[in-house]
Design a protein around this ligand. Structure first.
Ligand code: SF4
Length: 366
């Protein structure tokens, strides 16, 4: 990963057609290197219709109705995170801004989106990578998405963009903020960043995240200066049992909650929330192999609840991802089939996502 700071503005150099083509070849090579070096075997989805999004769905949270959109673009350039198979639904090759704009047009023609458009309070935009990486998600396509949201979603109070921190540039944040200001009501920008593991050693040396804690903190400062929000994605127990026992998985999230609570206290104006995804053994990843060879036990929902309960002391909003997205190998999910306790805990966590009410867990053992 490059080590430039977030605050630098990179002068945009106009490339010749040949240079542009060479750059695209380089980017594909970079993706393939990351894929290879992290031991992944999944394919890319190069045959998806480039004028259609990967998917979209609705979620309910404390912030109201959320529209979650995943657009089809070139894959994440980092690629190295163990257990992540998101790029398998992206293209290895460049997807043009025209095609991405057509995906946005398609979205805002869907009857189920138009029917709920007046109730949508938050939009989360993902491309299974970094929407602020201009190589894979051109800025024009991003601005076009914002203007379409402005036009169709009169109650959009938050727009969340998923991105690695190295692509978060002040100049782009500023332009996005101005574009958002043209909507019906004030809209806050939120940047969602995958931290995955709190323990920095595991995050770097086992998970392969390439995200030093100091970088996370300087991004928190950068967003606070603009009055924007930050959401941190963590995974619950994303590494093999030898690196993380059940107790250590709970400890790791307790550490994250305490750390981010401290950051919020220290950096005035910062607003941070946590999105916690229980891990599943995703197809085509070394974690799936570890699961088959009994070196990885998927998380237990009772442990996830134990981790989340710690948040009560810190007042940091926590949303728990409860969907394995059908990407897991058989039996590799955190939801154990026919397990009554799991069904009950799923219900409690879904309710907690909507209310942040810790009293829901009072009847459970510690
Ligand atoms: S977790 Fe994010 S940064 Fe890491 S490989 Fe997956 S998409 Fe890329």
């Amino acid at each position: 990963m490059s080590d430039h700071t977030h605050h630098q503005v990179h002068p945009h150099r106009v490339l010749t057609i040949e240079q542009r083509a060479a750059k695209r070849v380089d980017i594909e090579r970079q993706i393939l290197r990351g894929h290879h070096s992290s031991g992944k075997t999944h394919e890319f989805d190069n045959t998806h219709d480039p004028k259609r999004p990967i998917t979209y769905f609705f979620q309910e949270s404390q912030e109201g109705l959320i529209l979650f959109v995943i657009l089809y673009t070139q894959a994440c350039k980092w690629m190295r995170c163990a257990g992540c198979t998101l790029p398998s639904t992206s293209s290895l090759h460049h997807v043009s801004h025209w095609d991405i704009m057509d995906q946005t047009h398609f979205l805002f023609k869907q009857p189920e989106i138009l029917a709920r458009a007046k109730d949508i309070q938050k939009v989360i935009l993902s491309n299974q990578g970094s929407v602020l990486d201009q190589d894979t998600f051109p800025t024009t396509a991003l601005l076009h998405f914002v203007t379409k949201c402005n036009k169709h979603l009169p109650k959009m109070a938050t727009l969340t963009l998923e991105s690695r921190p190295e692509y978060v540039e002040d100049v782009e944040l500023e332009i996005l903020a101005r574009a958002l200001d043209e909507g019906e009501i004030p809209t806050t920008l939120e940047i969602a960043v995958g931290v995955e593991v709190h323990d920095e050693n595991l995050r770097t040396n086992v998970f392969g995240k390439g995200l030093p804690t100091r970088k996370l903190e300087s991004m928190a400062e950068q967003l606070a200066r603009h009055g924007f929000r930050m959401k941190c994605y963590y995974m619950f127990k994303p590494v093999e049992d030898q690196y993380m026992t059940r107790a250590q998985a709970i400890e790791d999230i307790h550490g994250a909650i305490k750390y981010l609570g401290d950051v919020m206290d220290r950096i005035s104006g910062s607003s941070i929330s946590i999105h916690l995804n229980p891990t599943y053994a995703a197809r085509g990843t070394p974690l799936a192999t570890a699961f088959k060879e009994h070196r990885y036990t998927p998380p237990f929902l009772s442990d996830v609840v134990e981790a989340v309960r710690y948040g009560e002391k810190f007042g940091i909003p926590i949303f728990v991802g409860l969907n394995a997205e059908d990407l897991e190998v058989k039996g590799g999910s955190f939801i154990r089939e026919d397990n009554e306790e799991d069904q009950m805990l799923l219900g409690l966590l879904a309710e907690f996502n909507k209310t942040q009410n810790y009293r829901l867990f009072d009847s459970l053992p510690h």
